[in-house]
Design a protein around this ligand. Structure first.
Ligand code: SF4
Ligand code: SF4
Length: 308
């Protein structure tokens, strides 16, 4: 999903560009986060990445109750409650952003900005010297970056022409036609596998895993360096049966590197900021012992396991 303006320039919806990132591939990297994702993972720590549209986020803890946003909103979506607090009526809010400009406390932010590939590349280029010196490069993440394939390909081409190492971080839920095109000039893929059982995968992400697993094998056959990423969620996918099935699948396809991403609750306040419910609110953090057990199980399939 991309946008075209009157000059026919393709624009992409980006919600963050993180410089000096060390967790999204080798070396020092710039990670470009695309907004919009076809999955609905229950634990998602970036809920603002899911919608394919810009969204106004309201952080009530930061509000100083000046009430400037009540006046500024053309829809009357901001309400003063009896206790003086401010709430946003999400059934009325149009995510226009008019309230952001008047807020003196930075309690409101827009997630998602339509940008041209040149605008994004201007940011990427700034750190080219770090990419060279650290064997780093550029990672395209999300959301799901392949959901804005034309825009992504334009950015990959620009990086390719400059000789920057590129990495695509994907949930794998995309047509093969799109993935093959996107990955033709990419150096590395970070590929999420969330559950090996199709029904359970659907329960926790909203989609079946068949296409994802097929795509994992096809990408491996392209010969691109590939790391599997496994978000480990207590009580949802950390059982021995699932870990063994994952180990067997990786061994079968000759996939040998896996990063475990242990569950954390760092994104929970963003759900409130978007006026959404966080379904895993009561879920306790992962026990270190259980992460160790998972590492041992996966290592028994001769996999190189990292905990990120
Ligand atoms: S984003 Fe626009 S519609 Fe929504 S509360 Fe702010 S001013 Fe009102
Ligand atoms: S403008 Fe900002 S600080 Fe003022 S009431 Fe609205 S959210 Fe709170």
């Amino acid at each position: 999903m991309t946008q075209q303006d009157a000059s026919s320039e393709v624009k992409g919806l980006i919600y963050n560009i993180q410089r000096y990132s060390t967790e999204d591939g080798p070396g020092l990297r710039t990670t470009v986060f695309f907004k919009g994702c076809p999955l609905r993972c229950l634990w998602c720590s970036n809920p603002e990445s899911i919608s394919h549209k810009p969204q106004m986020m309201f952080f009530p803890q930061t509000c100083v109750q000046c009430y400037a946003c009540l006046e500024a909103c053309p829809k009357g979506a901001n309400k003063k409650m009896e206790d003086g607090s401010v709430v946003v009526d999400r059934t009325i809010c149009q995510n226009c952003g008019a309230c952001i400009d008047v807020c003196p406390a930075n309690a409101r932010q827009m997630s998602g900005k339509w940008m041209t590939a040149d605008e994004v590349f201007e940011v990427i280029k700034k750190d080219s010297v770090y990419y060279t010196n650290s064997d780093g490069g550029v990672t395209f993440s999300g959301g799901e970056c392949t959901a804005q394939a034309d825009f992504l390909i334009e950015l990959i081409d620009k990086c390719y022409n400059m000789g920057f190492h590129t990495c695509v971080d994907t949930c794998g839920f995309a047509s093969w036609e799109v993935l093959e095109k996107v990955l033709s000039k990419v150096d590395m893929v970070l590929f999420d596998i969330k559950h090996m059982d199709p029904e359970k995968h659907k329960e926790i992400t909203g989609v079946d895993n068949q296409l994802i697993l097929e795509n994992a094998g096809k990408i491996k056959n392209m010969g691109i360096e590939m790391h599997i990423r496994f978000p480990m969620i207590p009580g949802y996918n950390d059982d021995e049966k699932n870990l063994k099935a994952l180990g067997r699948f990786m061994k079968l396809w000759g996939l040998d590197k896996i990063d475990i991403l242990p569950y954390h609750r760092m994104g929970s306040n963003k759900y409130e900021a978007l006026g959404q419910r966080y379904f895993l609110g009561d879920l306790p953090s992962l026990e270190r012992e259980n992460v160790k057990k998972a590492v041992n199980i996966l290592e028994s399939y001769d996999l190189e396991v990292d905990v990120v």
